[in-house]
Design a protein around this ligand. Sequence first.
Ligand code: PMP
Length: 375
Amino acid sequence: MAFGWIDEQAELRRRAGLVRTLRPRPSNSPLLDLASNDYLGLARHPEVTDGAARAARDWGGGATGSRLVTGTTELHTELERELADFCGVEAALVFSSGYAANLAAVTALAPHGTLIVSDAGNHASLIDGCRLARGTTQVVAHADPDAVRKALGTHDGAAVTVSDTVFSVDGDAAPLADLAASCREHGAGLLVDDAHGFGVLGTGGRGAAEGAGLAGADDVVVTLTLSKSLGSQGGAVLGPARVIDHLVNAARTFIFDTGLAPAAAGAALAALRLLRREPERAARARAVAGELHARLTAAGLEAVRPDAAVVSVRAPSPEDAVRWAADCRAAGLAVGCFRPPSVPDGISRLRLTARADLSEGQIERAVRVIGETRP
Ligand code: PMP
């Protein structure tokens, strides 16, 4: 039978208790949300939803074509200008997703003959970028600048180190300044995915690279998503103008993909302007994360100290993690549940996001529910 192997895989998943299902979220969900990536609480901000609605009215429901044909509106170029200006870099290029931005950046910056040094904890989109790139990938130990230095020392030609700035599973930060120093010793480029740092780290949320003193560096390229702190959808690559020009000409997920939807560009632009006006949102997200961690730890739970807005809580087993998340949900709390194969080390976790707009009462309630439902 065609695709017969699918049934075998499904059976294995069922037996291992690892079947994933989709659950539609009602627009007026009564659940307290510690599962989304809406770190700054902007996805439903009236200025952001108005930005989306106005853009759709002015420009249409879709971009109508690829960026190089009809898919570049004034909104796209405005968003790119303002993102670059905010982050202190020469230029930016927006994509239909952060995933596409990562595929573009890795493949375009690592042609044949390039060594790609990739952190073992990197996001799937960076891993897939490495798989697609013509360069050769060497995976190195997690958050280890010495391992990066050693790998770069084995290679004579062009090289690029690729890392998340904040790792999506445990919420721990990469040692960016040390990574940049390792790269510079070997004349290598540094490509970092700031999906979880942008809007939370750096001055007023300018991101992890700015926070590490790397904003505007000519050997650093940053990718980000518009779907987390900015509460919209889409991705971006930021860096030197010559790198961005190169992507326009060489990155296949830019050239052959329909441009970012105008509504998403409009929402992202409105959110970016809000973040500029209200920089305290970034600090608040970090403070909420710190408070969640302190309270969870005080309750005897094993939580990883957060470097940004993601707080990870260890669960004894995948089954326990699934049951724990379901019990939280039944008690009115939405939390993320990470388990194999989405975790690099096989350890299952609850994944909590510290939104800037959580109140003290909500933080207290969340910790109480997590404590009461623990396996
Ligand atoms: N990088 C990281 C670290 C992420 O967590 C994600 C989203 N889960 C992405 C890239 C992909 O971004 P997007 O959802 O915009 O495609």
